[in-house]
Design a protein around this ligand. Structure first.
Ligand SMILES: C[S@@+](CC[C@H](N)C(=O)[O-])C[C@H]1O[C@@H](n2cnc3c(N)ncnc32)[C@H](O)[C@@H]1O
Ligand SMILES: [Zn+2]
Length: 190
């Protein structure tokens, strides 16, 4: 698939434009079938420590999450050498999901996506430490879906199935006290 215009041979699949959720977003230019691999989340591959040094959410007026957590050693910084995937907004009831495969991150269609629809996935943002009241505003979610949990951050009480994954994510994020990272819910086997 061409990264510039989302062309996979069947016509342009997506375009970046202004979003009602936040800033710019990515929209389907044609119907996208369930299961389609839409785009890779690209950017500079760095260590979690380097991510900490680059981004300190507490000192930013508005958080702008660009780090994607791949594994214990690697995060992808979509802000450096990133592609259009960095414009895909979060939704608590998304039509896409992130998938980690062989150390790379892809965004796949979770369901049939009609032309014109904004592409979204659940960021599953993780912040360590005790929940702070000011995070309600700082990480307020504006996805507008009926299932909106109100926060870009993962639910404080995730469903049972997600708890084990959350424990793993916590270990990964242990050293990252002030940065937020996305966590991929699905990890494809080789
Ligand atoms: C990687 S950027 C996504 C693209 C962004 N809209 C832009 O124009 O650059 C992630 C940031 O977009 C905003 N964002 C994404 N989804 C959001 C949502 N559901 N509610 C509120 N803000 C959102 C937040 O500021 C978040 O830190
Ligand atoms: Zn939401």
């Amino acid at each position: 698939m061409s990264e510039k215009n989302g062309n996979n041979g069947n016509g342009r699949a997506w375009v970046v434009r202004k979003s009602p959720i936040a800033g710019r977003g990515v929209f389907a230019l044609r119907d996208i079938p369930k299961g389609t691999r839409i785009i890779e989340y690209r950017g500079e591959r760095i260590s979690p420590d380097e991510g900490d040094e680059r981004y300190d959410d507490d000192s930013m007026e508005h958080v702008h999450t660009l780090l994607f957590n791949v594994d214990e050693e690697t995060v992808i910084d979509g802000g450096v050498r990133g592609n259009a995937a960095r414009f895909i907004n979060h939704s608590c009831d998304p039509n896409c999901q992130s998938v980690v495969e062989d150390g790379r991150v892809f965004i796949d269609a979770l369901k049939h996506i009609p032309e014109g629809t904004e592409l979204t996935y659940d960021y599953h943002l993780v912040r360590t430490g005790r929940f702070r009241a000011e995070w309600r505003e700082r990480y307020a979610c504006r996805c507008g879906t009926r299932r909106c949990r109100g926060l870009l951050l993962d639910s404080p009480r995730p469903p049972k199935r997600a708890r084990r994954a959350k424990r793993v994510a916590k270990r990964v994020a242990k050293r990252a006290a002030r940065r937020t990272t996305r966590r991929a819910p699905a990890r494809a086997s080789r």
